[in-house]
Design a binder for this molecule. Structure first.
Ligand code: AMP
Ligand code: MG
Length: 399
């Protein structure tokens, strides 16, 4: 029988039973051999210098030592990597730009500059489609052709309009995407201290109504039935843009990030240390303070407030969120924060619940699954939805 370079003695030693080893060669070893793998490993690592019974032939010993050395080096590299990881947390990439009429910041862990650029590009694109003040945007064109002809809409605009109509229905009209004429009449933040007459308000309100919007997914068109009608997606489009940006980051494999688009916050995953993101809710009357802090992961936290755009006349605050029932600024709340997994939903609901007020608004929140809220009344009371209270991840701060 050809045995190559291996003498009989060596072959016998490594067979477990069989013709060369009837009783099992390992059983025939001296007691020291039981420790051979250990001693060899220690010797390889330079931790054992004393001679020790060494039965295997040199090729096996060398091979074993190479493997052992490899394992030892890997263990060293792995443990030093872990230690370095403990000491040095990965630094996030952060970028801030002005868009959608607000300051937008994206902070992402494990991201590339390209990923951040894509997030901003996606938001810029949504803004370009839905900003009604731009005449070549989808919504600008839709409004321009009101009462005359249908207008071709992009998939995103169609989807956002459908969502807006859905939340108008869910909120019994408190959220109304057809308030364009009323918003223009008041001109909050656009012209100074103007309070329109009742007649002017009534005239503007005649042009509202989601029943006057016709969307045709087959022809991918939208049509406003009455001339002078104007769709305004200011209460939902930012949330939609943030959802799209979050999706872009997630598709690039980012597991930990925060997008903050002025009151529209979305958190991806948890912080790299495994803890939840802490999102502060601004104090509605003291701009440098917070009224509450929520600890959340993978969710949107969107706030509507009467402090974002307003003017005061004779001690009365006139702000940018209107009650479609009266045509005047909504007065039942001064801040409304919605927490739910979709930023689009949270945005539409923050405006809707702000208009509905503490009773009807909180009723709506409690009826909707996965939706939580923190509301602030004009008297400074802070109301927290039952799910958020039960989870214990909200801290209300003193007024
Ligand atoms: P938000 O800050 O999300 O509450 O959105 C406020 C913006 O939504 C306003 O600046 C208007 O463009 C628009 N808006 C105002 N009132 C309403 C309303 N009742 N329903 C829908 N959009 C509204
Ligand atoms: Mg909103």
């Amino acid at each position: 029988m050809h045995k190559g370079r291996w003498p009989d003695r060596e072959l016998a030693r490594f067979s477990l039973g069989g013709p060369h080893d009837p009783g099992g060669a390992l059983t025939a070893r001296r007691p020291g051999h039981l420790f051979w793998p250990v001693t060899s490993l220690l010797r390889t690592c330079g931790l054992l210098f004393k001679s020790w019974p060494d039965y295997p032939s040199w090729p096996v010993t060398v091979a074993f030592r190479i493997v052992a050395l490899g394992l030892a080096v890997s263990a060293l590299v792995f443990s030093s990597g872990l230690c370095a990881g403990c000491l040095r947390r990965p630094a996030p990439l952060e970028r801030t730009e002005f868009m959608m009429d607000t300051v937008v910041t994206v902070k992402a862990f494990g991201a590339s500059q390209e990923a951040l650029s894509e997030a901003f590009d996606v938001m810029r694109r949504v803004d370009a489609l839905m900003n009604r003040y731009s005449e070549d945007s989808d919504i600008g064109l839709l409004n321009l052709h009101a009462g005359r002809e249908p207008v071709r809409l992009s998939d995103d605009t169609m989807e956002c309009l459908e969502e807006a109509i859905r939340y108008a229905k869910i909120s019994d009209g408190a959220f109304d995407p057809t308030l364009g004429p009323l918003i223009d009449l008041w001109g909050i933040g656009k012209r100074a201290d103007f309070i329109p007459s009742r007649e002017e308000i009534e005239r503007a309100l005649k042009l509202r109504g989601i029943d006057k919007i016709v969307l045709d997914p087959k022809t991918e068109t939208g049509f406003l039935k009455v001339e002078g009608m104007k769709v305004d997606l200011g209460g939902i489009a930012k949330g939609f843009a943030v959802d799209r940006a979050a999706l872009a980051l997630k598709r690039r494999g980012i597991r930990s990030a925060i997008i903050d688009a002025g009151g529209n916050v979305y958190v991806i995953g948890k912080k790299p240390d495994g803890s939840e993101w802490r999102v502060g809710i601004r104090h509605p009357r003291k701009s440098d303070r917070m009224i509450a802090v929520v600890e959340v992961s993978d969710t949107a936290v969107v706030t509507s407030g009467d402090y974002q755009r307003y003017f005061e006349k004779n001690g009365v605050r006139y702000h940018h969120i209107f009650d479609p029932a009266t045509g005047e600024p909504a007065r039942k709340l001064i801040s409304c924060t919605i927490i739910c997994p979709s930023s689009t939903r949270a945005d539409a609901l923050s405006t809707a619940v702000f208009v509905l007020g503490p009773d009807l608004g909180m009723d709506l929140v409690e009826r909707l699954p996965d939706v939580e809220a923190v509301l602030v009344t004009p008297r400074g009371e802070v109301l927290v939805s039952s799910g958020l209270k039960a989870a214990g991840n909200v801290r209300v701060l003193p007024w």
